[in-house]
Design a protein around this ligand. Structure first.
Ligand code: GDP
Length: 639
């Protein structure tokens, strides 16, 4: 579709299109509150004939797919963001409203609507029916989770509900596939243009801006349809009495956080090491297999190692999303956010900021993308602004290298903690402190906002399905590899070119005479007060692409083959850098926004260059000032 950014790269090349020359398809919008089962139904109706797209000009993603209908007319399904109302409070609600009103450029106005409601939570979900029915489009009300309703002793009279609302109603279990044929019948019927007009409802629709009136209306409609809400499952109540307990709940919360950390760091390690080995051995193999040439050097030293340094982080990212997916689908994350809300409030943030900040310890890019769940725009911006301070995994190679070379191992807390591990821990704390101080600054000035009431539905606990987890991981892997991969690839090539030009007698120059060397020399005066030489300068510039690139760059520059020989590189650093410069480098990396992907994702999520520019300047300033002060303190013997 014209609003989709990725037409050319779309894996569903045979997927739906809204190109001007094809005959107009019948467009059906899927609308419903979050967690009502929209994606599950969408997947049932479309199978793999779908793709992810971005609405033009906004950051909201949606899925588009072709329905598995048998009629001659093509039916395109658009899965809209989950909403509780059409009052535009969040970007998601705005987008859903605009699309339904036909006011979204590049997206045709829907011809009919599938309104998906969770029938185990009907009183609350029916509220959305009022603004949707007021649109007067052919609408099928889908009561999803029929299996759950029945097993917990709930009831609803669908025929009565249909006459209350003046629209057809289908009881469906998207997860089990029950009742899906009724949905397909409705779609085929409306695509042929018959049997879909809305009747006048028995109970008049309320005035839509009046929220209490809408709730009242929903209650009346539910009662008119003899709705009997299901019992909350006994074990949901039992689990909640622990997970939401003021003391036990916090303890469980801490254990879960520690477990997430531990798993992100250690669990992914074997896979990451495996991938790293694979990248290195295949690189060596390529060098041996093919005669030495400039092209080969570009392929192996430039592209393969550069891109490889990103790919090795994939297991960590996937593990993080597997964790988040499991916690979210099981229903625990909503409880964790409620617990975190009490603490986050002290720094002017809300509970929903907690999940993105936690994931920023692995990588700021997915963290920033996951801020979309924060409705309050100012809270969301504040969270985006502080996320890159959290110590992401890309800082680890840099920290490890410098600490091992410059910090002598001595016991700090008896046998429990040594100076090296202590330094590492200190850097994590430093990033965290910088983040919360910045949050406080922002929330008490430019991003001040009313504290939004924390309305997060407590879903019942459910066993996550492999299908839903798998699809999440697949989506994330694709996004990660495509977005980060392209940036790293480009910079790796540019760095390689700059290190190998200008040619001297047809041969690559010494690094100091290369263009990269010239750039390093030119910024040396600026970075000298921090204790950095021109070689570190090249590393700093190349690491704007991604922090860990500095390790590879320094390895290359110091005459090493690569970061495969950390001891060799450590010796070179020890002989070329001062203690002050080394520690300043650690502080610099704790603060600096050395990451092109983060800059790009902040630009995308905030819809312009303003915020990433402010963020980059602020973080670079802190990094420079921090590095400068550290270097001076170490030199004067204070530190
Ligand atoms: P969305 O946020 O509206 O897209 O909701 P999802 O499709 O992601 O579904 C939310 C959760 O409800 C997932 O864990 C689904 O597996 C589950 N779910 C969806 N449909 C059904 C259903 O008919 N019955 C039951 N028991 N669970 C369902």
């Amino acid at each position: 579709m014209s609003g989709c950014h990725d037409c050319d790269n779309c894996p569903a090349a045979s997927g739906p299109s809204f190109h001007p020359n094809s005959p107009a398809p019948h467009v059906v919008a899927l609308v419903g509150p979050p967690n009502s089962g929209k994606s599950t139904l969408f997947n049932r109706l479309t199978g793999l004939r779908q793709k992810v797209a971005n609405f033009p000009g906004v950051t909201v993603e949606h899925h588009v797919g072709r329905a598995k209908t048998t009629g001659t007319r093509e039916v395109v399904l658009v899965d809209l963001p989950g909403v509780y109302s059409l009052n535009p409070r969040s970007e998601d609600e705005q987008v859903t409203r605009d699309v339904l009103a036909g006011g979204m450029d590049g997206v045709p106005k829907p011809d009919s609507i599938l309104l998906i409601l969770d029938c185990t939570n009907l009183a609350r979900h029916l509220v959305l029916a009022a603004p949707i029915l007021a649109l007067k489009l052919p609408t099928l009300i889908i009561l999803n989770m029929a299996d759950d309703l029945a097993s917990r002793g709930g009831e609803v009279d669908t025929a009565a509900l249909a006459s209350q609302l003046g629209a057809p109603v289908a009881l469906v279990s998207a997860a089990k596939g029950d009742g899906v044929e009724k949905v397909l019948q409705f779609i085929e019927g409306t695509a042929q243009g018959h049997g879909a007009a809305l009747k006048s409802p028995l109970i008049q629709l309320p005035v839509l801006q009046d929220v209490p009136k809408c709730r009242q209306w929903a209650g009346q409609v539910g009662a008119g349809a003899a709705y009997k809400a299901p019992e909350p499952p006994l074990w949901t109540r039992r689990l909640d009495s622990v997970f939401l307990h003021p003391v036990a709940g916090v303890a469980v919360f801490i254990v879960v956080i520690v477990a997430v950390f531990q798993t992100i760091f250690t669990g992914a390690k074997p896979l990451m090491d495996g991938l790293q080995n694979l990248v290195q051995t295949s690189g060596v193999w390529m060098l041996k297999a093919v005669p030495d040439s400039i092209l080969m050097s570009l392929l192996v030293n430039g592209i393969w190692k550069g891109v490889g340094s990103v790919i090795v982080f994939l297991p960590q990212i996937l593990l993080l999303f597997l964790f988040i997916g499991f916690l979210e689908d099981s229903g625990y994350l909503a409880r964790a956010a409620l617990i975190a809300d009490r603490t986050m409030a002290k720094f002017g943030l809300q509970g929903k900021s907690f999940i993105p900040l936690l994931s920023a310890y692995a990588c700021a890019v997915p963290a920033i993308m996951s801020t979309r769940t924060i409705e309050n725009k100012r809270d969301r911006l504040a969270t985006i602004m502080i996320a890159p301070f959290m110590t992401c995994s890309a800082r680890l190679p840099v920290y490890t290298l410098i600490i091992a070379a410059f910090i002598k191992e001595r016991p700090l807390l008896g046998p429990f903690l040594g100076t090296q591990a202590g330094a590492m821990l200190g850097l994590y704390v430093l990033g965290f402190v910088a983040a919360i101080v910045t949050a406080r600054l922002l929330k008490s000035s430019v991003l001040k906002s009313e504290k939004t009431a924390f309305v997060l539905e407590m879903p019942p606990y459910r066993m996550p399905t492999w299908r839903s987890l798998g699809l999440r991981l697949y989506d994330r892997a694709k996004i990660f590899l495509r977005r980060a991969g392209t940036v790293i690839l480009a910079v790796a090539i540019v760095l390689w070119v700059l290190l190998n030009l200008p040619l001297h007698n047809g041969k690559p120059p010494a690094i100091t005479d290369s263009y990269a060397g010239a750039i390093g020399h030119s910024i040396e005066p600026v970075i000298k007060p921090l204790g950095f030489n021109w070689k570190i300068g090249i590393g700093l510039i190349s690491s704007i692409a991604a922090r860990e690139v500095i390790v590879g760059t320094l390895g290359t520059i110091y005459g090493m083959e690569s970061s495969e020989h950390p001891e060799g590189l450590q010796h070179s650093l020890q002989s070329e850098m001062t203690q002050g410069g080394a520690i300043a480098l650690l502080i610099f990396f704790a603060f600096a926004m050395q990451c092109m992907s983060t800059i790009a994702v902040v630009r995308r999520e905030t819809g312009g260059w303003r915020w990433p520019a402010i963020q980059f300047s602020y973080m670079t300033f802190l990094a420079y000032a921090g590095g400068f002060v550290t270097n001076q303190l170490v030199h004067s013997g204070i530190m």
